[in-house]
Ligand binder design. Sequence first.
Ligand SMILES: Cc1cc2nc3c(=O)[nH]c(=O)nc-3n(C[C@H](O)[C@H](O)[C@H](O)COP(=O)(O)OP(=O)(O)OC[C@H]3O[C@@H](n4cnc5c(N)ncnc54)[C@H](O)[C@@H]3O)c2cc1C
Length: 232
Amino acid sequence: MKLVKPSIEFLWLTPDPLITIEEAGRTCYKSEGNIHVGSAAKFVQKLLDRGHHAMIEHASASYRVTCDRGVTHEIVRHRLFSYGQESTRFCNYKSGVTFIIPPWTKHMPAENAHTCTEDQVRQSIHTPECRWLFAIQVAEQEYIQLLDDGWTPQQARSVLPNSLKTEIIMTANLREWRHFFSLRCTPKSIPVEKKVNGIFYGAGAPHSQMQEIANMLLKDIRGKVPVLFDEF
Ligand SMILES: Cc1cc2nc3c(=O)[nH]c(=O)nc-3n(C[C@H](O)[C@H](O)[C@H](O)COP(=O)(O)OP(=O)(O)OC[C@H]3O[C@@H](n4cnc5c(N)ncnc54)[C@H](O)[C@@H]3O)c2cc1C
């Protein structure tokens, strides 16, 4: 058994995304003559202010996200993304299953296989973390046993939990990325004192593990594309 933290990996971005968007936008107004070094950011800000967001669709980005299956179940509800996801039908975890550490658990270092016995759960160390470890441990044992009994990976997967690690490639235009962040990041309006490690656990918020991923993606893309993601 392996425990890992969720992560993201940048894959691809339209080269010079703001310039690409400016070229598309200025075609509408036939103002290409106003393109000069440094004009793109100001022009794109104007597009945002006017609500002319269709122009933002001319730039796209791709990321690899490593998270649990519960989170990808939510991610794939965003219909305008293109996806490629690790398959529990075709991948065989006979040599060990990897699980994602939830952000609210304590004392669970990444890349470290822990164990927790049934006795510990029943008697002394009945912390939620111990119970969770025990549950995923049993899921792994039974998954491998089912493979040994002759079930295929796509049959044995039925005992694997939401905490199963998965990888998903997400590709979309920047308008859709903005929409994704507007729904899935920790809302900017939440005061710092109401967050735990940058995540808001209150009612109505996106799921904390979704916030974890969306916040990472936003931070990364904001560092690569000026203007477009400043408001989130
Ligand atoms: C906090 C939170 C809680 C949620 N809880 C639940 C829940 O309990 N149960 C549940 O089932 N889902 C839940 N969802 C998922 C939610 O219902 C949406 O499926 C998900 O957020 C994708 O949103 P979207 O459709 O706006 O985005 P996308 O699929 O990314 O689409 C982007 C935009 O394109 C347009 N669009 C896309 N497809 C169409 C279409 N067919 N017709 C018209 N316009 C379209 C819309 O303007 C849409 O906003 C939750 C989401 C959040 C953020």
